[in-house]
Design a protein around this ligand. Structure first.
Ligand code: HEM
Length: 514
C-alpha cells in the first residue's frame, strides 16, 4: 500500500485489496471514466500511480513518454500482462496478442503481418461485401422504418465477417441467430458473471489459475472452433480449395509460400487511423517453430476476439454520432453518392478508400469513443524513468512492472482536442490532422505491438457505414440515449441498454446498386 508513496509518484490513497478500483467494482463509475478522473486530477505530472486491485500500474499521461516506452524502449516493454499463466491454456497463450514478447512473438508477428497488407485486404473486400448486402437486405425487409440496437446488430454482422474472412464459413447471423457459429461466438465474447470472476482471480493470483487450471476459453468453445478449423484445413488440402481468406493465407505460411511485400504496409489508403507496421513486423524472420494446425487455430481465435467487439463498438458509435449530427450525415451521403456516380453505382474498394469525409468521420468517432479505453505493457527487465523538471525524481520500475496508456482520457483531453465531447470530424481534415500531436491519437495502440488488424477493421467499418448511409436516413429515436451512459460493469465502453437509432429507408439511395 506504500508502493507509489515510496517511489514519490503521485497517486490516490489505496484501500486494502481493492486499491483505487472500488468505485468501479461497486458499479458506480465505468473503468474508462475512473481512469479519466485520475488522469484529470493529476494533470500536473507525466504519470501517476494506480493501485489496480492486487497489483500496481504506472499510468502514463505524457505522449512523449508513451512514445519512448512504446517504441524506443520496446524491448524492455514488449508484452501485455498475461490474463492467465502461459501453461494453463496454450490455445490462448499462443495467440499473437497474449504471446510474451521476445523471439517467438517477433517471428509470429512477421509471419502474420503479410496477411494484413492492402493487397490482401483488397482481396477480402468481396467477402466483406457479401455480408454488408445481407445486413442491408435484412433491415430493408423490416419495412420503411425500423428501430435498431446497433451494438447487437453489428456484433452479428461482425461475426459473419470474421466467419467468412477468418474461418472460411458463411453464415447470416441477423436472419439466422440460432446458427452455431453465432451462438458459440457470442458465448466466447461473454465476459460477464462467473467467467469474469474466474478471469479476475486468475489475473490477480496466477497460482490460483495453476491449481484450478480454468482456461481462458470454455471447453465447449475450444472444441467447436478447434474442430471447425481442423476440418476446414483438411478439406482444403484434400480438395485444393483456394479462397481469399485468412485460413488460406495461414496455410500458405505452413507451406512457406507467403513472402513479405515491399512497402505493402506504407500504403496510406486505409485511413488516417491505420497504424504503421514496425520493422519487427516488416523484417522476415526465419521461423524456429512449426506453424501447426493448433497455432493456426490460436490465431483465428484471436482475430475473432480482438476484431469483433472493437469493430462493432466503432461502427455503433459512428452511426450513433451520424444520427445526432445530421449535417455530418448529409455531407457524408453527398460524398458517397458523388463517388457512386462515377462507378455505375457500385461501391468498390478504390472509391470507398478514396472517400475523405468518411475517413474523417470514422477517425473522429474512434477519437471520441476508442473501443480499447486503455492498453498496457509489461517490462521484462528493470527500468528507470529519468526525472524531468524539479518535481520529479527517478522512478525505478522492477521487472514485470505494468504501465498503462489511458487512451480514452488522452482522446478527451482538451489540451489535445479542444471541446473534446463534441463530435467534430473537421479535426481530421487535411489541414488539421497534421497538427495532431503524435501519440495523442491511439485507437490502434502504439509501437511494434500495435494492432495488426487496423486495415481490416477500417475497411470493414467503412464498407458497412457507407452502405447504411446510402440506403437509410439514420435518425434519433425515443430509445436513443443522449448523453451516453457507459456501462459500469462491462469493460467495453458501451451503455448497458445498447445503442439505439432508427433506420428510415431511402428509396433514392437504394436504387444505385441492386
Ligand atoms: C476498430 C477495431 C479495432 C480496434 C480499435 C483495435 C485495437 C487494438 C489495440 C488497441 C491493440 C493493442 C495495441 C497495443 O498494445 O499497442 C490491438 C491489438 C491487436 N489487434 Fe486489434 N483492434 C481492432 C480490430 C482488429 C481486427 C479486425 C483484428 C484481426 C482481424 C485485430 C487483431 C489484433 C491482434 C492480433 C492484436 C495483437 C497484436 C500483437 O500483440 O502483436 N484487431 N488491437
Amino acid at each position: 500500500l506504500n508502493y507509489w508513496e515510496e517511489k514519490n509518484v503521485q497517486h490516490d490513497r489505496p484501500l486494502p485489496i481493492f486499491g483505487n478500483m472500488l468505485p468501479n467494482l461497486l458499479g458506480k463509475i465505468s473503468n474508462a471514466e475512473l481512469i479519466q478522473q485520475l488522469y484529470n486530477k493529476y494533470s500536473s505530472g507525466r504519470y501517476f500511480g494506480l493501485y489496480n486491485l492486487g497489483s500496481t500500474s504506472l499510468v502514463i499521461r505524457d505522449p512523449e513518454l508513451i512514445k519512448k516506452i512504446a517504441v524506443k524502449e520496446f524491448e524492455t516493454f514488449p508484452e501485455h500482462k498475461p490474463f492467465i499463466p502461459s501453461d494453463v491454456d496454450p490455445l490462448w497463450s499462443n495467440n499473437l496478442f497474449a504471446m510474451e514478447g521476445g523471439e517467438k512473438w517477433h517471428q509470429l508477428r512477421s509471419t502474420l503481418s503479410p496477411s494484413f497488407t492492402s493487397s490482401k485486404m483488397k482481396a477480402m473486400f468481396v467477402l466483406m461485401k457479401e455480408c454488408t448486402k445481407e445486413f442491408i437486405n435484412y433491415f430493408e425487409s423490416k419495412g420503411d422504418s425500423v428501430d435498431v440496437e446497433l451494438k447487437g446488430a453489428f456484433a452479428r454482422f461482425g461475426i459473419d465477417v470474421i466467419a467468412t474472412t477468418a474461418f472460411g464459413v458463411t453464415c447470416n447471423s441477423l436472419s439466422d441467430p440460432k446458427n452455431e457459429f453465432y451462438v458459440l461466438g457470442k458465448e466466447l465474447m461473454n465476459f460477464k458473471g462467473l467467467r469474469r470472476i474466474i478471469l479476475m482471480l486468475n489475473l490477480l493470483c496466477p497460482p490460483i489459475a495453476r491449481i484450478t487450471r480454468v482456461s481462458f476459453f470454455p471447453e465447449k468453445i475450444k472444441k467447436f472452433f478447434g474442430s471447425l478449423v481442423k476440418e476446414t484445413l483438411q478439406l482444403r488440402r484434400e480438395r485444393k480449395v483456394v479462397r481469399p481468406d485468412m485460413i488460406h493465407l495461414l496455410m500458405e505460411y505452413q507451406k512457406g509460400n507467403l513472402a513479405q511485400e515491399e512497402d505493402a504496409h506504407s500504403t496510406p489508403e486505409a485511413g488516417f487511423a491505420v497504424v504503421e507496421e514496425s520493422v519487427f513486423g516488416k523484417t522476415k524472420q526465419k521461423l524456429k517453430f512449426e506453424v501447426t494446425d493448433d497455432i493456426i487455430t490460436s490465431q483465428v481465435m484471436i482475430f475473432f476476439l480482438a476484431g469483433l467487439d472493437t469493430v462493432s463498438t466503432m461502427m455503433s458509435y459512428t452511426i450513433y454520432e451520424l444520427a445526432l449530427n445530421p449535417d455530418s450525415q448529409n455531407r457524408l451521403r453527398a460524398e458517397i453518392e458523388d463517388a457512386l456516380r462515377f462507378s455505375d453505382g457500385k461501391l468498390t474498394y478504390d472509391n470507398l478508400m478514396g472517400m475523405k469525409y468518411l475517413d474523417m468521420v470514422i477517425s473522429e468517432s474512434m477519437r471520441k469513443w476508442p473501443p480499447f479505453v486503455l492498453i498496457d505493457r509489461r517490462s521484462v527487465r528493470p527500468y528507470t524513468i529519468e526525472p524531468e523538471g524539479p518535481t520529479e525524481t527517478p522512478v525505478f520500475l522492477e521487472k514485470h512492472s505494468q504501465v498503462i496508456y489511458p487512451i480514452f482520457a488522452i482522446h478527451r483531453d482538451p489540451k489535445y482536442y479542444p471541446n473534446p465531447d463534441k463530435f467534430d470530424p473537421e479535426r481530421f481534415n487535411d489541414e488539421n490532422r497534421s497538427s495532431i500531436q503524435p501519440y495523442t491519437y491511439l485507437p490502434f495502440g502504439a509501437g511494434p505491438r500495435n494492432c495488426i488488424g487496423s486495415r481490416f477493421a477500417l475497411q470493414e467499418g467503412k464498407l458497412i457505414i457507407a452502405e447504411i448511409v446510402r440506403n437509410f436516413d439514420i435518425v434519433r429515436v425515443k430509445k436513443t440515449q443522449v448523453p451516453i451512459v457507459m456501462s459500469k460493469t462491462n469493460f467495453n465502453p458501451v451503455p448497458d441498454e445498447g445503442i439505439w437509432v432508427g433506420f428510415r429507408r431511402r428509396k433514392e439511395g437504394s436504387i444505385l446498386e441492386k
